[in-house]
Design a protein around this ligand. Structure first.
Ligand code: AMP
Ligand code: GLY
Length: 431
């Protein structure tokens, strides 16, 4: 089977790495990919080939796919999904994994998701959707100013402002809805009550009818240790978390997924791909903060490091509505991913700096270094973006996996590298 993966981050390197292990995959392309994807080989021995086409350039992707005829196209990032890449590939008669444009609205429109959750009784924050500032501000006041103000559309993970008083909430509404700091993404907003609790990531693989729940993972969204600093795309993850027992995960999963599946069926939404609810475990139960319609990055790195099953088979079954009766199998030990980012991230960061120590890290048992923002220049791996590497390790327990990941981080060098030193510490604190 020939497989094309769209995207260029750590998530896509993890997808390529796992797909490359599949005996059924003979050829792999990644558009546009990174230095890490270009260094993988399919089980057939064929090197993975990076295709110099952006993951949201749908006409160019279609042209490539018509020429090379992949048997499966796997969509990594949210943007092409929101642009309808899945619909266009299906119209062209190709098999493609990921939700169609309508189903991808769970991520591309927070207002759509908030209204859907309310219509179908999915546990979420008390909230409302607004396109007028006066209505939004009145609702913020009703919440005592303690609220999350969110741009409706995709805003590179930055469109959420957390407020603790009325004046901050009013300023947030002004910023997103009136001044349009996030452009058209802010022509509507969602205002939610501010929830307190432990935040976890859920993932479920869906085929339009079934939703297979993954173990829990936890991201670390702030740039600095102790959850300080600016919000980022994610500075590290681990899986599983100790915050839900297996029975607890089952209950939480069903409380969210059963009404979600029923709601999709009722509204004729055919969701095939990963549903990734961000969930707050509050004192009064789990609450969905938002839905994403793809693998998390860096959640994918820890999930795929632990997945036992053949990924190509699973994604094909998901795309073709054949997940019924399947069960996911996971390696018993946990996985930890520590993101090494460029100086300046999440602000602008330099590119083209040489990265050393990757070979030494690759030799460490249980370690896999996934590339995010990297490129190859004259055979040398160089930095090419904010989140450069996702240094991932599996171990016998959390302490072991974490120690291995940080040991590998210590042998990798590039100028200005920054990383959090406390990935997984919340899990260790629970014991
Ligand atoms: P979102 O993109 O909606 O997940 O929001 C980004 C981050 O903001 C989340 O990961 C949470 O940490 C935080 N957040 C979002 N909504 C809420 C809420 N209602 N209460 C508290 N924190 C929130
Ligand atoms: N890990 C956060 C995200 O992928 O949205």
């Amino acid at each position: 089977m020939k497989v094309l993966v769209l995207g260029s981050g750590g998530r896509e390197h993890a997808l390529v790495w796992k797909l490359a292990q599949s005996p059924s995959v003979s050829r792999l392309w990644c558009a546009p990919g990174n230095a890490g994807t270009a260094m993988e080989h399919a089980a057939s021995g064929a090197p993975v080939v990076n295709v110099p086409v952006a993951s949201d350039d749908i006409p160019a992707l279609l042209e490539f796919a018509r020429r090379e005829k992949p048997d499966l196209t796997v969509v990594g990032p949210d943007n092409p999904l929101a642009l309808g890449v899945v619909d266009r590939f299906m119209e062209a008669g190709m098999v493609v994994w990921g939700p169609n444009q309508r189903a991808a609205q769970f991520e591309s429109s927070k207002a759509f998701s908030q209204d859907f959750m309310e219509r179908h009784g999915i546990p979420t924050a008390r909230g409302g959707t607004f396109s007028d500032a006066a209505g939004a501000i009145a609702f913020c006041r009703e919440l005592g100013g303690r609220c999350a103000v969110k741009a409706d559309g995709l805003a590179l993970g930055k469109g959420v402002l957390l407020c603790h008083d009325v004046s901050a909430a009013e300023a947030a509404v002004q910023e997103i809805l009136v001044q349009r700091t996030f452009g058209g993404a802010g022509s509507r907003i969602v205002v939610q009550e501010l929830l307190v609790g432990m935040e976890i990531s859920l993932h479920a693989l869906c085929d339009g009818k079934e939703a297979l729940l993954f173990p829990t993972a936890q991201d670390h969204k702030r740039a600095l240790d102790g959850d300080h600093g600016l919000n980022t795309g994610g500075m590290g993850t681990y899986c599983p978390t100790p915050f839900l027992s297996e029975a607890g995960l089952h209950d939480v999963g069903r409380a969210i997924l059963d009404p979600w599946i029923a709601g999709c069926a009722k509204e004729g939404i055919d969701f095939r791909g990963i549903l990734y609810p961000g969930v707050m475990l509050t004192a009064s139960g789990p609450r969905v903060l938002e839905f994403n319609a793809r693998f998390g990055d860096p959640e994918a790195q820890v999930y795929l490091a632990r997945l036992e099953d053949d990924l190509a088979g699973l994604l094909l079954a998901s795309a073709q509505g054949r997940l019924a009766g399947r069960k996911l199998r996971w390696k018993p030990g946990p996985a930890v991913c520590v993101v090494m980012a460029s100086a300046g991230y999440p602000g602008s960061s330099p590119k083209g700096l040489p990265i050393d120590g990757l070979d030494a890290a690759a030799r460490m048992p249980g370690v896999k270094v996934f590339h995010g923002g990297t490129a190859l220049r004259d055979g040398q791996v160089v930095t090419n973006g904010g989140r450069v590497l996702g240094v991932t390790a599996t171990g016998t327990d959390m302490a072991d996996a974490r120690a291995k990941a940080y040991e590998a981080v210590r042998v990798i060098r590039f100028e200005g590298a920054q990383w959090r030193t406390d990935i997984g510490s919340k899990a260790l604190a629970v014991g």
